[in-house]
Design a protein around this ligand. Structure first.
Ligand code: BG6
Length: 514
């Protein structure tokens, strides 16, 4: 999150202002920025949507959304009333350029005359509308500002390489690449931004961060939810395009990139893009050695019976869309030669968690046990959610004995309620013009180059679709993907228990612990 130049007023025009994202994330984010004194004294939010609403009705909706979803609730009604005075509504038909006039006149009324007028356009609408909105903004003169103009868009940025290119061409007619802020909300998460600091501000880690000391890296994002109300989008997209093409590859880039020469946007992006370029391109015929896909069947989570994906509302009974995917990526560069990066993400899993586990190599010779597997490997765990934190697993001596080991964990976890939500950081960065944690066009393109052949292998059934029960950790084939390299998945969220179990089991085998 960047420090805001508080003197710079701006207008945020939000398309899709009556939608779910605005309600759950965007209004609370703006409110929390306001509470943290991170907004300038003069700012305006114009909600634009087709639904007719008065300013008062819109303000009431903003009030309700903040009461329900904000991490900070409303305690000072007077202050909150002042905050709401900056919110306006304009009923806008995205396809009808004439209806944009009202937005323009609100801008003109509200913007101070003696300083440059800055405008931020947030498109929380379907990607098929991005080009149309950009053109209409241009035609109305809304993008003809005396200050800066910026565009924020949400994924999906196309559905494959070609469509992403077309989308860029369309947007570039009105906004330059430097004015385009593509949100990947994972990049706004506190622990994701912390990856850089953990890596580059700790002298003991960076020398070990390579193929000589690291056995494998695992990135898992599990969700308990199913397809919910998004059947139309999700059944087209699937887990690969919904999660891997963007969020999971972004996490991989943050973990694998070289230290940038400077901590500026350009240097960081250059290094991230190099990672994508170095990811091994696997011919689709060999894809089954690298990828597993699954779809949830019936099952239970926390005792609640759940339907199979194909029984969900508006999902065709014959759908072959994957709700789970596990992949092995190889990064063919000097640092990562031979180190598998295992990625997995799925819906209807036992818990909601996102986690990165760095597994270090075993010691060349273990002095403490005849069976080197008796001790757990060192692990560095970066927990992105829930319970953001960093955990380092080490082996120590069991008190009072010499031959017996005990795995211990060094923890860092922020217990406060002060952690900003991803959208707070990202909206603030867009206001100050910092694109470090936004996705650049070349990242989008390379990411599609990586996922397009995988998608084709799905379509052609080169990678077959397995079923997994709701409430399980995915198809058995995902375990085999790692077993073929003599690796295994580390338990998400419950690593301490898993290590202890391995440790006790090995000790029992040796007759040390009864
Ligand atoms: C979105 C995906 O981008 O990320 C959703 O479209 C997914 O399918 C969500 O549920 C997960 O985000 P988070 O922040 O809850 O991990």
């Amino acid at each position: 999150m960047s420090i805001l130049n508080q003197s710079e007023p701006f207008t945020l025009v939000l398309f899709g202002a009556t939608g779910d994202l605005a309600k759950r994330k965007l209004f609370p984010a703006i409110y929390n920025l306001y509470l943290s004194n991170l907004l300038p004294d003069q700012f305006t939010v114009i909600g634009a949507s087709r639904t007719p609403r008065t300013n008062d009705q819109f303000r009431e909706a903003v009030h309700n959304s903040i009461q329900e979803f904000s991490r900070n609730k409303i305690h000072d009604e007077k202050k909150f009333a002042h905050f709401l005075e900056s919110f306006f509504y304009s009923s806008t038909d995205i396809n009808d350029v004439a209806t944009y006039q009202e937005i323009l006149s609100i801008c003109n009324d509200r913007e101070p005359k003696d300083i440059p007028a800055n405008r931020l356009f947030y498109l929380s609408v379907g990607p098929e509308l991005f080009g149309r909105v950009a053109t209409n903004l241009n035609q109305t003169g809304l993008t003809n500002t005396t200050g800066w103009k910026r565009l924020i868009i949400e994924k999906p940025f196309g559905y494959n390489y070609d469509s992403a290119q077309e989308l860029n061409v369309e947007i570039k007619k009105t906004f330059t690449e430097e004015e385009t802020y593509r949100i990947d909300h994972y990049l706004g998460k506190e622990m994701v931004q912390n990856i850089e600091v953990i890596r580059f501000a700790n002298a003991f880690l960076e020398p070990l961060w390579n193929h000589q000391y690291i056995e494998n890296i695992q990135i898992s994002a599990s969700e308990t939810v199913g397809v919910e109300e998004r059947s139309g989008y999700y059944d087209e997209a699937g887990a690969l395009r919904d999660m891997v093409q963007n969020h999971m590859l972004q996490l991989l880039m943050m973990v694998a990139m070289e230290p940038p020469s400077r901590f500026d946007e350009t240097s960081i992006h250059e290094e991230k893009t190099k990672v994508l370029r170095a990811i091994r391109r696997v011919p689709k015929e060999q894809m089954a050695e690298y990828v597993v896909r699954g779809q949830y069947g019936e099952g239970k989570i926390k005792g609640k019976s759940l339907p199979a994906y194909r029984q969900e509302k508006n999902i065709p009974e014959s759908s072959t869309t994957e709700t789970y995917v596990a992949l092995k990526f190889m990064i063919d560069n000097h640092r990562w030669a031979g180190v598998p990066f295992y990625i997995r993400t799925g819906k209807r899993m036992p818990m909601k968690a996102t986690e990165i586990v760095v597994q270090f190599k075993e010691l060349p010779q273990n002095l403490y046990s005849r069976d080197t597997k008796g001790l757990g490997p060192n692990l560095l765990v970066i927990r992105i959610n829930p319970n953001e934190g960093v955990h380092l697993f080490m082996n120590t001596k069991r008190p009072g004995t010499f031959q017996q080991m005990k795995p211990v964990t060094l923890h860092y976890q922020d217990e406060s309620n002060e952690i900003p939500e991803a959208y707070e950081s990202l909206i603030q960065d867009a206001i100050v013009g910092d694109r470090t944690f936004f996705t650049h066009q070349d990242e989008v393109s390379h990411a599609w180059e990586i996922t397009d052949p995988i998608y084709e292998a799905f379509q052609e059934n080169i990678v077959s679709l397995s079923s997994y029960p709701s409430g399980s950790w995915g198809p058995v084939a995902a375990d085999q993907l790692l077993a073929s390299q003599e690796d295994h998945w580390w338990a998400v969220g419950d690593l301490e228990m898993q290590l202890k179990a391995i440790y006790d089991h090995e000790k029992e085998k040796e007759g040390i612990v009864k």
